[in-house]
Write a protein that binds this ligand. Structure first.
Ligand code: NAI
Length: 461
């Protein structure tokens, strides 16, 4: 059965490299029917927007899109097409394959890492505030549901693709609550995949290991910010963004695209390298469960490069279509139809686990105050609350001797009660602090769950 796939050829070299991919897919007998849709410059010219609702609807209807690069005009207020697509379709997972290729010279060989990056949350939720004239804050949001969606999808894919090991990347030694939650969810999900080895690594060590022995890694799962950085690092160790493919996966649909741009300097000359878009197509086939087709095209691509047939950017002589023809000649067409089960299907139907606590008691508040003249003399007892701690940039500065550190005008004052309190107690606390002449910035409620404090510590406590 043919599956319809939305094809956005894009701008610049987009149409040329898309043509090359279609040629190779046809040679491999891939059971897809391309449905063209527009985005990028053509859409801006015709409709005044980089992505039309029709294109978004087409992607949703088909559940799949392969996208060439689109030009983001400088100025003019046009939003990036990629960001619009990612946000409009809630594409929560970014998947990038970093694989060593013959003829692409790098310091490393035998690298074959599949990187899964959470695509929505973390510091990318964009919740940022000025706290004082000198202090800016960005909230790092990690949710159980968002983490589980990404991690479960990664394990599902690892299983489908016969990968052996999934490694969770985190900084839970420092971000004990946010990355701690990420790591907990990883360990929970890993239990459902007993045939796959699972382990974890701290992100800084991961980077060091990647640049010294990248071949040791198989599948990596990362929250958004670490994933952003580490996926580019992985692209770098196999030859740079020019050959890096990617996929953005949502609950109902997925969009696959090369990481590079529309290369206006070589557009229309027939010399662009279609490798990255072809690798994105291979990732799409893996997602669709058409693993035999994906493998056949990957083998043909590697054979072609190993035979010294390369495009100009890799030091070869082949035009875009000569390169595509050479791959097509080598590809072993797959005769049987694969089951075509969407590899993301189990992730799509997952009912996210939601934590519940037997008790979830309000026990205090961190009140952040703006104090420009050194350590503020906060009231130590307010109603049911006792002042337990003041910290500055995360370091305890009260009680006890104030350490000799840079103090900024932003203090966290922790007030805790012996037993459960109410929100009106917290309102009264904030009012008392204001009445005492302090300028409060924001308030975080502190809870105990099942008898255990759920809030962070300050350094030096
Ligand atoms: P670019 O990736 O288009 O080009 C950088 C350099 O790499 C150029 O010299 C180009 O000729 C070369 N190059 C890129 N892809 C190539 C390929 N497949 N084969 C051979 N050489 C290739 O980056 P640039 O110039 O910064 O951006 C051009 C346009 O692309 C901009 O409008 C940018 O907004 C857009 N862009 C779109 C992306 C997307 O749709 N995914 C991603 C990045 C940029």
């Amino acid at each position: 059965m043919l599956r319809k796939v939305t094809l956005i050829e894009g701008d610049g070299i987009g149409p040329e490299i898309s043509e090359a991919v279609k040629h190779v897919f046809a040679a491999a007998n891939v059971p897809v029917e391309w449905e063209p849709a527009i985005a990028g410059l053509a859409a801006i010219e015709q409709y005044g927007t980089g992505v039309t609702q029709d294109t978004l609807d087409a992607i949703k209807r088909n559940g799949l899109a392969l996208k060439g690069p689109t030009t983001t005009p400088v100025g003019g207020g046009h939003k990036s097409v990629n960001v619009t697509i990612r946000k409009s379709l809630e594409l929560y997972a970014n998947v990038r394959l970093a694989k060593s290729m013959p003829a692409i010279e790098t310091r490393y060989s035998n690298v074959d890492v599949l990187v899964f990056r959470e695509n929505v949350e973390d510091t990318y939720a964009g919740v940022e505030h000025w706290q004082t004239a000198n202090v800016a804050q960005c909230l790092k949001l990690i949710t159980r549901q968002g983490s589980e969606a990404l991690i479960r999808y990664a394990f599902d894919q690892a299983q489908t693709l016969g990968r052996k090991r999934v490694t969770c990347v985190h900084k839970a030694n420092i971000h004990k609550i946010t990355d701690g939650l990420w790591l907990d969810v990883f360990r929970e999900v890993a239990k459902d995949f007993p045939d796959i080895q699972s382990d974890d690594i701290i992100v800084d060590n991961c980077c060091m290991q990647l640049v010294s022995r990248p071949e040791q890694f198989d599948v990596l799962v990362l929250p958004n910010l670490y994933g952003d950085i580490v996926s580019d690092l992985c692209a770098g160790i196999v030859g740079g963004l020019g050959v890096a493919p990617g996929g953005n996966i949502g609950h109902d649909c997925a969009v696959f695209e090369a990481v590079h741009g529309s290369a206006p300097d070589i557009a229309g000359k027939g010399v662009a390298n279609p490798t990255a878009l072809l690798l994105s197509g291979i990732q799409m086939l893996q997602y669709m469960g058409l693993v035999a087709h994906a493998n056949a095209i990957m083998t043909a691509l590697i054979d072609t490069l190993a035979a010294g047939i390369k495009t100009r950017d890799l030091g070869g002589m082949a035009s875009t279509m000569e390169f595509a023809a050479a791959i097509s000649e080598r590809v072993q067409p797959i005769q049987h139809e694969a089951t075509g089960i969407m590899a993301g299907s189990s992730a799509q139907t997952t009912h996210h686990s939601v934590a519940s606590h037997a008790t979830w008691e309000l026990r205090g508040a961190d009140v952040f105050v703006n104090a420009a003249n050194g350590l503020p003399k906060m009231p130590e007892q307010v109603g049911p609350f006792t002042l337990k701690l003041i910290s500055n940039r995360g370091t305890k500065v009260w009680p006890g001797k104030t350490p000799d550190i840079l103090l900024v005008d932003h203090y966290r004052c922790r007030y805790v009660a012996e037993s459960t309190i109410s929100r009106s107690d917290v309102r009264a606390l904030v009012a008392a602090i204001e009445d005492a002449g302090f300028e409060w910035m924001h308030v975080e409620l502190l809870h105990h769950a099942d008898g255990e404090a759920k809030y962070s510590k300050a350094q030096g406590e």
